[in-house]
Design a protein around this ligand. Structure first.
Ligand SMILES: CC(C)(COP(=O)(O)OP(=O)(O)OC[C@H]1O[C@@H](n2cnc3c(N)ncnc32)[C@H](O)[C@@H]1OP(=O)(O)O)[C@@H](O)C(=O)NCCC(=O)NCCS
Length: 166
């Protein structure tokens, strides 16, 4: 039976190994990693899925910030990576992890880089508001997704939410 526990209760190395298996070892160069450079994953909604004590999935959420060209600063939560062990994919574990994590941040504006076919279909994310956003690396605009009433629209940049800048 799948059990969800706080990600901080799981050995960090086993999470890294799971992420390597799901995304490949070159994952660190991805724009999503630059977006949250220097910040720690949020301990409440970041979760691990375990089956009989074995790690089979994980999700991490991070504090980031939109800074509009007009000076607006809007805190956002970056969702992901979401990873499921390759031999356990398409069995509902990913959806379980995302649903449980999002339920822990019910009113926050959210963003992620991912497949709209998955995150739109199951969780209501869309690229509708993100056309003007600049990220610290390349991103395909249709994969830059957001959800929530307070999601900002318009030109601006997104980066890590570091206390001194927040
Ligand atoms: C993407 C991922 C998190 C989904 O989790 P999962 O446990 O395998 O999938 P779930 O069982 O929750 O969902 C299955 C459904 O989603 C669909 N689905 C799964 N991955 C999908 C994708 N990338 N795009 C579109 N649909 C997808 C399946 O077709 C299935 O639909 P169905 O029920 O109609 O057959 C997981 O496959 C994974 O870790 N993949 C590799 C890493 C990755 O790409 N992570 C996401 C980027 S942030």
């Amino acid at each position: 039976m799948i059990e969800l526990v706080g990600l901080e209760t799981v050995e960090a190395n086993s999470v890294e190994r799971l992420l390597d298996r799901a995304f490949g070892p070159d994952r660190h160069g991805r724009t999503a990693y630059r977006l949250r450079a220097g910040v720690a994953a949020l301990p409440g909604p970041s979760l691990a899925a375990c089956d009989e004590g074995a790690l089979v999935g994980s999700i991490q959420l991070w504090p980031v910030q939109f800074t509009g060209d007009d000076g607006r600063r809007v805190p956002l939560i970056l969702v992901g990576p979401v990873a499921v062990a390759p031999d356990r994919q398409r069995d509902g574990i990913g959806r379980m992890l995302v649903a449980a994590a999002l339920a822990r941040v019910p009113n926050e504006p959210l963003m992620l880089i991912g497949d709209p076919e998955y995150y739109g279909r199951f969780f209501g994310f869309s690229a509708e508001h993100t056309a003007g956003w600049r990220l610290p690396g390349p991103v395909e605009q249709h994969r830059l997704l957001a959800r929530g009433d307070a999601v900002p629209t318009g030109p601006g940049s997104v980066g890590p939410r570091i206390a001194a800048l927040a």
